[in-house]
Design a protein. Structure first.
Length: 563
C-alpha cells in the first residue's frame, strides 16, 4: 500500500469508503471506452488509473464497451482497443462487457421509470427540445407532451421499440425539473429512435439508449463500486444519481479527475477522426498521432507510457502537460533497453588513402553501455566509409571540432583519422573526403594518450545497408493547437515539417535480421524503430525520438531561475 503522502485524492476517498465499509471494503472499477475511434494517450491515463486502483486495493477492473451509438461504432475499434490495453500491460481477464449486453435490462428500467410517472414520450423534434430546454440564465419550459398518461407512454414506447415510427419522430425523456440550474436535469432524452444496424445486436433494436442513461446503469449492473470519470462528467453526476435512486438499484460512487491535456497535441476524438478521414495523416496508427497504436508504431515502449501516466498525477484541476515530459520517460526506457548501432542519414564518403583497398576489419562495438549483459557485436571497417555530411566542414567555424582539413578526429571504436583533402565535382561540391589513419590507434585509443575533441559515427560503404528513414516531428507547431483565430480551423496549426523522408541512408549490416517493431539507438542520432511498411529490399526506420532531452533542460533552467 502507498504511503498516505503518496496517495492521490481518489485513493483517499476509497480509503474513507473502506473505513466506513460502504462497499464491503471492495474496489471494483471499469474502463468504459466507446468503440467509435482508437484509444489515445489520454485514455492511457484513465486505463492506468482504473486498472491501477484495482491492483492497488486487490480489487477488479472490467473492460466495458459503451456501444450505444451504432452509427459511429465498428468492430475495428473494438479490436484495436483490446489490442492497445493488452499492449500497455493490463489485463481484464474474463471481465469484458458491452453496454449492448444490457439493452433488454435498460428497456425494462425505462418501463419502470414510466410506471413511476418519471418518464414520458415526447413528440418534439431535436430543435424544439433545444428551444424548450432554456439557457444557463433562463429556465426551460415543459413539453406539451409531458403530462401524457402512463398507459399512453408505455404503449408508444412499445411501438417505438417495434419500429413503428421514423427516426427523430419521438424520444423518451426523464421527467425531472425544467427549471433546474443544471441543464442536464431538464428532462434529458434517454432513448431515441435510430434505425441503424448495431455491430453486435444487428437489427434487433431500432431504439437506442443515450449515453447518460446507459453509463450509470451499466455501472450498477456490473456492481462497480468506484466509477472513475473525467471532469466533464461532474455536472452529469446528479443525473446519474437521480436515475439510480429512482430505480432503487446498486449505486456506484462516481469520482471525477482532470483529463490529460498534452502540449502540441490534439486529444479530441472528433478532431482525430477528421485528421484520418481527410488523409492529413496516414491512418489511426500514423506515428505522429497521439493514439496508442501510433505511439506503438513510433517505438514508444509501453512501460514509458505507464511511467508517464503514473508521474503526471491525478487531480481535479485541468492543466497542460509538456510533451517533453512524456519524451523524457521514452528516452529513459529506451536508453536502458535499446541496442546501439551506427547509421548515417545524410552521407558523404570518406576515403582512407593509406588503408589497404581490399582489407576489412571487424571492430568490436558495445551493444548497450547501460546493460552490461548486452555484449558486443562485430562492425566491418574498410577503406571507404560514410559519415554524416554535417560532421565535415572545409572551412570550420569557431567551436566546430569535427572533421576538417588538417584535423584529427576519433572514429567510434576504430581509429584516429586526419583529413588530408577533398574531391569535388565540376560545380565545386565536395563529393569525397580524403583522410589518413593512424594504425596505432586501433579501438579508438591513442597509445601516447592524445585525445580528440570529437568522435564520429560511421559505416563501411561496401557493407552498409541502404534504408529509408522517416523523421517524425510534432504534428502541430502551436503549443495548444485548439487555439485559433475566429473562423479558422484547428488544422491551421499543423506543422508542415512533421514528416521528412530520407531515401539515401545507410546503416551497419547488423540490422539484416531486424523484425518489425525492433528499436535501436543510432549513435548520436536518436532512437529508431523498424516500420511495418518495410520490405526485404527496403527497410524503413521511423525516428522514435531524438537523443536530446528537452525536459531535463527545462528542469535545469527552472531550477537555476529559482536560485
Amino acid at each position: 500500500m502507498k504511503n498516505e503522502t503518496n496517495k492521490n485524492f481518489i485513493m483517499l476517498i476509497i480509503d474513507e469508503h473502506n473505513e466506513n465499509n460502504r462497499f464491503n471494503k471492495q474496489v471494483h472499477t471499469r474502463f468504459p471506452p466507446e468503440p467509435n475511434g482508437y484509444l489515445h494517450i489520454g485514455h492511457a491515463k484513465s486505463i492506468n488509473i482504473n486498472f491501477g486502483l484495482a491492483k492497488e486495493y486487490g480489487g477488479l477492473c472490467n473492460l466495458r464497451f459503451d456501444d450505444t451509438n451504432p452509427s459511429k461504432e465498428d468492430t475495428e475499434y473494438v479490436d484495436s482497443i483490446m489490442k492497445d490495453i493488452k499492449w500497455l500491460g493490463f489485463n481484464w481477464e474474463d471481465r469484458i462487457y458491452y453496454a449492448s449486453d444490457y439493452f433488454e435490462q435498460f428497456y425494462k428500467y425505462a418501463v419502470k421509470l414510466m410506471n413511476k410517472g418519471l418518464a414520458y414520450i415526447d413528440d418534439l423534434n431535436a430543435e424544439e427540445i433545444r428551444k424548450y430546454r432554456g439557457t444557463l440564465t433562463e429556465a426551460g419550459k415543459d413539453s406539451p407532451y409531458r403530462t401524457r398518461p402512463i398507459e399512453e407512454n408505455l404503449e408508444l414506447f412499445e411501438k417505438m421499440k417495434n419500429g413503428e415510427f421514423p427516426d427523430g419522430s419521438k424520444t423518451l425523456r426523464a421527467k425531472i425539473d425544467m427549471s433546474s440550474p443544471n441543464l442536464n436535469m431538464r428532462d434529458p432524452v434517454i432513448y431515441r429512435i435510430l434505425h441503424a444496424k448495431h455491430h453486435r445486436t444487428g437489427d434487433t433494436w431500432c431504439i437506442y439508449p443515450m449515453y447518460d442513461w446507459a453509463h450509470p446503469l451499466s455501472d450498477s449492473i456490473e456492481k462497480i463500486t468506484h466509477s472513475i470519470c473525467t471532469l466533464e462528467f461532474k455536472d452529469h453526476r446528479p443525473l446519474y444519481d437521480w436515475f439510480l435512486e429512482k430505480l432503487e438499484i446498486h449505486h456506484s460512487q462516481q469520482i471525477e479527475f482532470a483529463r490529460l491535456n498534452l502540449s502540441y497535441t490534439i486529444l479530441s476524438k472528433r478532431k482525430l477522426i477528421m485528421l484520418v478521414n481527410k488523409n492529413i495523416v496516414s491512418g489511426w496508427d500514423d506515428p505522429r498521432m497521439p493514439t496508442i497504436s501510433g505511439m506503438r508504431r513510433r517505438g514508444y515502449p509501453p512501460k514509458a507510457i505507464r511511467e508517464f501516466c503514473s508521474n503526471i498525477g491525478v487531480s481535479t484541476s485541468n492543466s497542460l502537460v509538456d510533451i517533453e515530459f512524456l519524451e523524457y520517460f521514452v528516452r529513459e526506457e529506451l536508453n536502458k533497453t535499446s541496442p546501439r548501432i551506427m547509421g548515417v542519414l545524410n552521407p558523404i564518403k570518406v576515403i582512407i588513402t593509406n588503408y589497404p583497398e581490399d582489407k576489412v576489419e571487424y571492430i568490436d562495438a558495445v551493444n548497450n553501455p547501460e546493460d552490461t549483459t548486452s555484449g558486443t557485436r562485430k562492425v566491418p571497417f574498410s577503406r571507404e566509409l560514410y559519415i554524416e555530411r554535417e560532421d565535415f566542414m572545409e572551412e570550420p567555424v569557431k567551436k566546430f571540432y569535427r572533421l576538417s582539413p588538417g584535423r584529427e578526429v576519433r572514429f567510434r571504436y576504430a581509429y584516429f583519422l586526419t583529413c588530408t583533402g577533398v574531391n569535388k565535382d565540376e560545380k565545386g561540391n565536395i563529393t569525397e573526403i580524403l583522410c589518413t589513419y593512424d594504425p596505432e590507434t586501433k579501438g579508438g585509443n591513442a597509445p601516447d594518450g592524445r585525445r580528440s575533441k570529437a568522435t564520429l559515427h560511421w559505416v563501411s560503404v561496401k557493407h552498409a545497408k541502404k534504408i529509408t528513414v522517416r523523421l517524425y516531428n510534432k504534428l502541430f507547431n502551436q503549443k495548444d493547437p485548439s487555439i485559433t483565430e475566429e473562423g479558422e480551423d484547428f488544422t491551421i496549426n499543423l506543422n508542415p515539417r512533421s514528416l521528412e523522408i530520407l531515401n539515401e541512408c545507410y546503416i551497419e549490416p547488423s540490422i539484416e535480421n531486424a523484425k518489425t517493431g525492433d528499436i535501436y539507438q543510432l549513435e548520436r542520432l536518436g532512437y529508431f524503430v523498424l516500420d511495418k511498411d518495410s520490405t526485404p529490399d527496403n527497410k524503413i526506420f521511423n525516428r522514435t525520438i531524438t537523443l536530446r532531452d528537452t525536459w531535463k533542460k527545462i528542469q535545469k533552467n527552472n531550477s537555476q531561475a529559482h536560485k
